[in-house]
Write a protein that binds this ligand. Structure first.
Ligand SMILES: Cc1cc2nc3c(=O)[nH]c(=O)nc-3n(C[C@H](O)[C@H](O)[C@H](O)COP(=O)(O)O)c2cc1C
Length: 343
């Protein structure tokens, strides 16, 4: 058993959070993660148009799904970038779901916001008693803003992670200790973590737990397409690339789509791109279609969001097998550590 402050905060057995992986549905994965004693996250959904479902409605359905498929605690991820115009409605649904049902209130413990300013959602989240708020930070500058916004924790996510990345390009092994040193609020390490070595290293760097995305995709319980999982398993550490996504730079596995996609633009060009997107939301929809393709299993034409850590993933276990293995490994590493010191 490895109990940390994170276990106490979230009411879980193991200090492991499953990362939000919108725009895909992760309700089934989240239930499996919570059932295995870690912390499952419902993602900010938004892929597929047939029939059109609104993301707030989808959040309501997913909360219901979690209530029916696990007795464990769980949380949600909401992307709060300016372009994410549905974020306030999705957050409102989370707050109201907790007001409507005391059991939801007891078990829906955390909102992880990301990709934007944490201040506005922080005000809303504070109005819901007992609801914790973590925000994702890709650099020390951003982490300081998370603390100043009054968040309960910061998820320090390094550049090697899967999916959208910031312009700052700070890797996990630099980011986590600098944020731990500078902040008073708890830090969760994320980006490039897939096993007990990653958990033990994160605790050593001062984090109170880990968050993993890519590793959880390659599990039997994850609802993602089998082709997605197999693609991760056969990839190596140099098989990801960064391109310009709808919300900024994004890390994808190399394939026909990503190798011909536009390279990341600089921050200034990004402002223009964002204005264009606001003016014509069709552009955003085109981007989301690339996500829809991979959800249907097209590993060549789709945007395969994935971290560098794919190179270290070699199997597709159940979530429970994975979590038990991570804890066992981390315990062994921590116990063996003193023997490594030559006295
Ligand atoms: C398929 C996929 C989708 C993602 N979608 C989101 C998202 O909607 N919101 C978010 O904050 N982060 C998103 N991320 C980033 C993860 O939350 C997390 O930061 C990342 O997976 C950590 O790195 P790792 O993949 O090496 O574990 C996504 C990552 C992946 C792989």
């Amino acid at each position: 058993m490895i109990k940390t402050e994170l276990c106490e905060m979230l009411g879980i057995e193991h200090p492991i959070i499953q990362a939000g992986m919108g725009p895909f549905d992760t309700a089934q994965l989240a239930a499996a993660v919570s059932n295995a004693g870690a912390f499952g996250i419902i993602s900010h959904w938004g892929v597929g148009t047939e029939p059109p479902i609104n993301p707030a409605e989808k959040m309501k359905e997913s909360i219901q799904y979690l209530m029916e498929h696990t007795e464990g605690n769980f949380g949600v991820n909401i992307r709060v970038a300016r372009i994410q115009i549905d974020a306030p409605a999705v957050l409102k649904e989370v707050v109201e779901a907790r007001e409507r049902d005391t059991e939801v209130k007891r078990r829906l413990k955390l909102v992880i916001t990301s990709a934007g300013d944490p201040r506005r959602p922080a005000e809303e989240i504070r109005k819901s008693p007992g609801l914790l708020h973590f925000h994702v930070a890709p650099s020390l500058y951003h982490a300081r803003r998370v603390e100043a916004a009054g968040c309960d924790g910061v998820i320090a996510t390094g550049y090697e992670g899967g999916g959208h990345q910031s312009y700052e390009q700070v890797n996990t092994v630099v980011l986590v200790p600098e944020v731990v040193k500078a902040l008073k609020i708890p830090v969760i390490a994320s980006g490039g973590i897939c096993d007990g070595t990653g958990l033990a290293a994160s605790l050593t760097m001062g984090a109170i737990g880990i968050q993993m995305g890519t590793r959880f995709i390659a599990t039997r319980d994850c609802e993602f397409h089998q082709n997605y999982k197999d693609f991760i398993v056969r990839s190596t550490d140099t098989d990801t690339t960064i391109v310009q996504g709808a919300f900024g730079p994004i890390r994808l596995l190399k394939n026909k789509y990503s190798l011909s996609a536009p390279k990341p633009v600089d921050k200034e060009a990004r402002v223009t791109q964002e204005k264009e997107m606001f003016a014509d939301l069709e552009k955003l929809r085109e981007d989301l279609e690339k996500y829809a393709l991979i959800y249907e299993g097209d590993v060549e034409g789709g945007a395969v969001l994935c971290g560098e850590v794919a190179g270290r993933i070699e199997d597709i276990p159940t979530v429970k097998e994975l979590i038990d293995q991570i804890i066992r490994e981390a315990e062994e590493i921590i116990q063996r550590l003193p023997q490594k010191i030559v006295r």
